[in-house]
Ligand binder design. Structure first.
Ligand code: ARG
Ligand code: GLU
Length: 717
């Protein structure tokens, strides 16, 4: 090869690598140091200070943690918050009934008076982030036990927060990063009067249902709109009719100029949990044991729920949220396992561990410090394997039925040895939660789940962890199924009237009945097994784990001095950047970056409730009545290469100028292993294009008054 062409080749290689998808969920306050230069090379037209600042208004002031489990972005001068339909799903469900079905029909408040309050829902702004590692770790005695260390750490965190929130209206918390090697203080402001403003029908907001979930190409209009209310001074206040729409420091401009391949993108939000530093032994347990078993348990549970939901509208509404939650993780675990196998993840982890050992051999002082860490990571995983396994079955199979979950609360009342007031208080709390429990309860569905999941437990968990009740069931002459049905049918825990009486003013007879209740007896046995055989091992495991991983991550950071590290996601504010980028999920197949309304129409299937298309949407499509949001066709979703995870749902997808071009709601199936191991070739996040969102609000729902509050721009960066 000629020199010149080698030069061109290496130049284009350099360009190519810097323009490739980027792993990393970066800390906003460190962007200037670690990322700004690269982001600008990739196309960013803002400074790090425009993205995160504590001195001036910045993009972060338009971002909220939505309820602690999702993300939202402020999109108007009057506090409108955009998030996902699936993030507001439980709220939408809570306002729904068979007669007034907001899940099915959607909802649009045509004036602020119609906006619906949501007790319990809150959004949190991040005001400031500070590195408090020194304060947290100063003079920590070296020989502290892990328990002592934790106690001291949480005490210091409490004092720090009290200190820094004294005399201002902020709340705060301290979170560890890098497995306890560093600590950050977050000062926050939480608003708790959050009202529902608009949601499309599920046939748009959940179009494609479980079939399309975690998949590309995707055609879901997964958005919902809420509004933050504040007191007259703009400060957080509990719900009150006197509250007024909140006027934010910053709201996102919405760019409807369109999205093209190669466009620079950022996703700014609250990723929940990643585990990039897991050892090979932990990954092995995850892919070979944990995931297959919890997938199998949920297979059964979902078969039942899905069939019951199809049988009646009432059950469909009652179980909508439970079904979505159960199915979502179930499908993700399957994609994660596939991806980890494809990446050869266990092997790669083993390689890293071998490199680490080789590095230790060359550095005696490091060996002294880190020589024990790998043997410890291995041993603790093996030691806890059995307890972890049983724990999966207790969590997923036992507490997979509602009746078993309820048994825990009733048990705590019965067992409470506290004063009369305490018992009364406990009863009061259970009593208060019974109506919402039974609102979403169907006895026959739960009976079937209880029977099926109990069988899974009986068939898979080692004898020594079988509660007496299950041993009897196993040997019952009636057969296992009939014996399990009996347990359920004899229990008082599916009897709402009885429970109401018991939790308000119980008689001696009620108590007598409960003492013999077969479900409570079973629940009791399970708790005893858990407390004696499982929990101590898991506690030891957790302590060993926090200590060993703290060392492991510290060691890795010392070894890989030229690597740019980022801490695992832990529900704190992070920025990821990448670009609108296609991918090749398998040989011969390429994923293009954009889907369109025409694709919705192609997927339409009136006989399958996951793929019903609303009549009005079809009319608009046929008339090509897309307003300013489309021409021949209308963009619906796009993929980009941002490193995201659960909790990033609802996060803004932001262009090079800091304007909103979409709302994140999912990842592609081939990329779901990114929580453990990221692959720039495969990992893509999925967003709803802001043009589709606005089209639905404006043209489909006729809620165009909302657009008057927004700032809409058309010029591409
Ligand atoms: N997979 C996305 C997430 O993890 C969306 C889930 C909601 N959609 C659904 N069909 N269940 O939350
Ligand atoms: N749907 C997810 C959420 O609720 C986001 C998808 C993901 O895990 O990346 O946060």
């Amino acid at each position: 090869m000629k020199l010149k062409s080698i030069f061109i080749l290496s130049l284009s290689f350099m360009l190519y690598t810097s323009l490739q998808a980027k792993e990393g969920m970066w800390l906003p306050h460190l962007l200037a140091e670690l990322n700004e230069e690269e982001m600008r090379e990739m196309g960013l037209q803002l400074t790090a200070e425009d993205i995160y600042s504590i001195n001036q208004s910045s993009l972060k002031d338009g971002i909220v943690s939505f309820g602690g489990f999702c993300t939202g972005e402020v999109i108007s001068s009057k506090g409108l918050v955009l998030t996902n339909h699936h993030c507001g799903y439980r709220q939408i469900q809570s306002h729904s009934s068979v007669e007034n079905d907001l899940l099915k029909n959607g909802f649009w408040a045509m004036s602020t008076n119609d906006e619906l309050a949501n007790p319990g829902l809150f959004v949190t702004f991040i005001k400031e982030i500070h590195d408090v590692t020194e304060e947290m770790l100063a003079n920590l005695p070296a020989d502290l036990s892990e328990v002592e260390r934790e106690r001291l750490i949480s005490e210091r965190a409490k004092n720090l927060v009290a200190d820094r929130t004294h005399g201002n209206s902020y709340d705060g918390f301290v979170r560890s990063i890098y497995e306890g090697n560093e600590y950050l203080l977050f000062l926050t402001q939480r608003y708790s009067d959050i009202r529902l403003v608009g949601a499309p029908p599920s046939s748009i907001g959940k179009f494609g249902g479980d079939t399309d979930n975690w998949m590309w190409p995707r055609h879901t209009g997964d958005f919902a709109i809420f509004r933050i209310y504040a007191d007259k001074n703009g400060d957080p206040a509990p719900y009150s009719e006197d509250n007024v729409p909140y006027e934010p420091e910053f709201h996102f401009k919405l760019n409807i100029g369109g999205v093209k391949d190669g466009d620079f993108t950022m996703v700014y939000g609250f990723p929940g949990r990643t585990e990039q530093y897991l050892s090979s032994w932990a990954v092995e347990e995850l892919v070979e044991t944990t995931n297959p078993h919890r997938i199998a348990i949920r297979d059964r549970k979902l078969d039942i729920i899905n069939e019951r939901m199809r049988s009646s509208d009432e059950i469909r509404i009652k179980y909508a949220g439970k079904q979505a939650g159960t199915a979502n993780a179930w499908k993700k675990w399957q994609g994660e396992n596939k991806g980890l196998y494809r990446l050869n993840a266990i092997n790669k982890k083993q390689q890293l561990e071998a490199d680490f050992l080789a590095w230790l051999d060359q550095h005696p002082t490091k060996k002294e410090k880190y020589g024990e860490v790998l043997p410890r990571l291995k041993k603790m995983q093996k030691d806890a394997a059995k307890a972890n396994f049983v724990n999966i079955y207790i969590n997923e199979a036992i507490y997979g039925s509602d009746i078993m979950k309820l048994s825990r609360s009733i048990k705590s009342i019965l067992q409470s040895e506290g004063s009369h007031e305490e018992v009364a208080d406990l009863k009061g709390r259970v009593n208060a939660y019974l109506p919402s429990y039974f609102k979403d309860y169907d006895t026959e569905t739960d009976r079937q789940i209880f029977v099926a999941l109990s069988k899974q437990y009986i068939n898979n968990v080692p004898e020594e962890f079988l509660p007496t009740t299950f041993s009897q069931v196993k040997n019952s002459k009636k057969g296992v199924d009939a014996a399990l049905h009996d347990l359920f049918d004899k229990s008082a825990l599916a009897d709402q009237e009885f429970l109401n009486r018991f939790t308000s003013s119980s008689t001696k007879d009620d108590l007598k009945r409960l003492k013999k209740d077969p479900i409570l007896v079973l629940g009791d046995e399970i708790i005893r097994i858990y407390e004696r055989e499982v929990s101590p091992k898991i506690q030891t495991f957790n302590q060993e784990r926090s200590e060993a991983y703290r060392l492991w991550v510290a060691g890795l950071r010392e070894m890989q001095t030229d690597k740019r590290f980022f801490p695992d996601a832990n529900s704190t504010l992070r920025l990821t950047y990448g670009m609108v980028e296609s991918s090749k999920p398998k040989d011969g197949v390429q994923y293009l970056t954009t889907t369109h309304l025409s694709g919705v129409m192609t997927k339409e299937d009136p006989t399958n409730d996951e793929f019903v298309v609303p009549k009005r949407l079809r009319e608009l499509y046929e008339a090509k009545d897309f307003g300013p949001y489309g021409d021949d066709d209308l963009a619906v979703c796009f993929i980009s290469s941002n490193h995201t995870t659960g909790g990033n749902s609802g996060s803004p997808v932001i262009n090079a100028k800091g304007e909103l071009i979409g709302t994140n709601f999912d990842r592609n199936w081939e990329g779901t292993m990114s929580d453990i191991m990221f692959d720039p070739d495969q990992c893509r996040n999925i967003a709803i294009d802001i043009r589709y969102t606005l089209f639905i609000v404006d043209k489909f729902a006729g809620a165009s008054h909302l657009l008057d509050e927004m700032t809409i721009v058309t010029e591409r960066p």
